[in-house]
Design a protein around this ligand. Structure first.
Ligand code: NDP
Length: 504
């Protein structure tokens, strides 16, 4: 039997199709409140889209600890093998608006919320282990170059390469973006990275610097520009379709959580800054340590409720896991929570997607969305400290060990600019094979085709410092593109289990 339709105040509604009018052909009566409510609600169905990472796809699942890392962290989640918790993930493109096509060349966001018994732990990373810049001061300018030009209202390669040429630290990330991994086939075929350096402390109070890696358990699969163009012509929603259908059919995507670990004191002895978001930690020096498995096995029942309303912030951490002096992380700890206060409202953490699955006791008081009861433990305790024994009190046992910091307060640019070229060089010369290098050259030449000579020359100088072969390759691809002579550039081999729509 169907349910009885009501207003949002719960009163029964006689019709959902016919306005109340003065006579059969007369004007509508203002007293038809159901009509007004229906139209007014529709006007409010949109919330501001995220300034970055507006287009996304998400799923729910479970995280299970498979290896003991209690020597590094006292976080309860990792206290024993077999512990598990619910998780929520959102993957996204960076630049595209909400209606943008999925299979576009862009970095992908990779966010995970772990609902632990000690509160929510959010990992707000990307499918790349690094980022374009290392100082949050540059973030609004960088994002502006990725978005629309104020006059043309079009994306501007001129602005992108102008900015990157002035920030050579970006060449590492731009190289990844223009490589095969710049267009994953869908979110299920890419690695994820916490990207920043975080910290852990154990029950002896020892601190370790930590990088988080989500190792994809499905094969890594990417598209060439040509393959992606064909897909976007067929469907703009290829990621949503692939992800939703895979989970719906019981093919649950998995990632293995790994960490790289560095004892606190070692950071001072390295020849690079381990808190610089434009740098990785080499796997040889800091091998991956397996921790646990993430499995995504549930499509949200309501996308808007669970994914659009999801608010991830690196400020959400649990005792035993901490921040680091990474300047970008420090900026994001403020900026992400603040973005959610603006986008979703004051009490956004009480929404179902964000509500912790453990008791919450806070003295935050009124404001929009105050739809939950008092959480202070006593009705008269709306301030703290107070006289009420049962009221919520801070717990000094979860205090982070002190971090020794010294130095003059100042604004420090990076000391050794050569360091910006070492890791992109290793990626270009040692990690990428011949064919992928060729595709990288062509992708970059294509992306730069509309760019002015002066911007091109400045970016070419950056490529030359990475490696003369890199510059020569991009120059050759630019001239091959101009003469239409690109038949020799290899495609990405299509493997047997690649979706049919990936055919050349
Ligand atoms: P390794 O050879 O141990 O690791 C190379 C890493 O690069 C692998 O994780 C590999 O992924 C990944 N990779 C392969 N192709 C690409 C691509 N097109 N874009 C991005 N990543 C790719 O070397 P090192 O740890 O010594 O690092 C060498 C260079 O590799 C670094 O300078 C950095 O540019 C890059 N890199 C390093 C990572 C790290 O955390 N150490 C992570 C990712 C990249 P897979 O395992 O799937 O083959």
């Amino acid at each position: 039997m169907s349910k009885r339709l009501t207003t949002s105040a719960g009163t029964p509604v006689p019709t959902n199709e016919t306005s109340a009018t003065a006579g059969p052909r007369g004007p509508v009566l203002l007293e038809d409140y159901q009509l007004i409510e229906k139209l007014a609600h529709q006007n409010r169905e949109r919330i501001p889209e995220r300034v970055v990472h507006a287009k996304g796809w998400g799923a729910q699942g479970t995280f299970t600890v498979t290896h003991d890392i209690s020597q590094y962290t006292c976080a309860k989640l990792f206290s024993k093998v077999g512990n598990s918790c619910d998780i929520l993930s959102r993957w996204s493109t960076v630049a595209g608006e909400q209606g943008a096509a999925d299979a576009e060349r862009d970095v992908r966001g990779f966010s995970v919320k772990f609902y632990t018994e000690e509160g929510n732990w959010d990992m707000v990373g990307n499918n790349t282990p690094i980022f374009f810049i290392r100082d949050a001061y540059k973030f609004p300018d960088f994002i502006r170059t990725q978005k629309r030009h104020p006059k043309t209202n079009l994306r501007s390669p001129e602005a992108m390469f102008d900015f990157w040429a002035g920030q050579p630290e970006s060449v590492h990330q731009v190289t990844i973006l223009m490589s095969d991994r710049g267009i994953p086939q869908n979110p299920m075929h890419m690695h994820g990275y916490g990207s920043h350096t975080f910290s852990m402390w154990n029950d002896k109070g020892e601190r370790f610097w930590v990088k988080f890696h989500f190792r994809c358990q499905q094969p890594i699969k990417n598209y060439t520009n040509e393959q992606a163009e064909k897909i976007v012509g067929e469907t703009r929603e290829s990621y949503q379709e692939d992800l939703y259908n895979a989970i719906d059919e019981g093919n649950f995507p998995k990632w293995e959580l790994n960490i790289q670990v560095m004892p606190e004191e070692q950071a001072a002895e390295l020849d690079f800054n381990p808190f610089d978001l434009t740098k990785v930690w080499s796997h040889k020096d800091f091998p991956l340590i397996p921790v646990g498995m993430l499995e995504f096995n549930k499509n949200p029942d309501n996308y808007f409720q669970m994914i659009e309303n999801a608010a991830f912030s690196p400020s959400n951490k649990v005792p035993g896991i901490g921040f680091s002096p990474d300047k970008m992380l420090q900026g994001r700890v403020f900026a992400y929570a603040d973005a959610h206060r603006y986008r979703l409202g004051t009490h956004y953490e009480a929404l179902p997607a964000n509500a912790p699955k453990c008791p919450v006791h806070t003295y935050h008081k009124d404001g929009s969305m105050r739809f939950f009861p008092q959480q202070t433990g006593h009705p008269d305790a709306y301030y703290e400290p107070n006289q009420y024994e049962e009221s919520a009190k801070a717990d000094p046992s979860v205090m982070e060990p002190p971090l020794k910091i010294s130095g003059d307060a100042d604004r420090y640019a990076q000391e050794d600019k050569d360091a910006d070229y070492v890791q992109p060089r290793a990626l270009y010369k040692e990690v990428l094979g011949d064919d992928e290098r060729k595709r990288l050259h062509l992708n970059m030449a294509r992306a730069m085709a509309p760019v002015s000579d002066s911007v091109r020359d400045r970016w070419y100088a950056v490529l030359e410092r990475v490696h003369p072969d890199y510059l020569a390759g991009v120059k050759k691809a630019a001239s091959d593109l101009e003469s239409g002579n690109i038949d020799d550039y290899p495609g990405i081999p299509v493997t047997g289990d690649t979706p049919v729509r990936a055919a050349e």
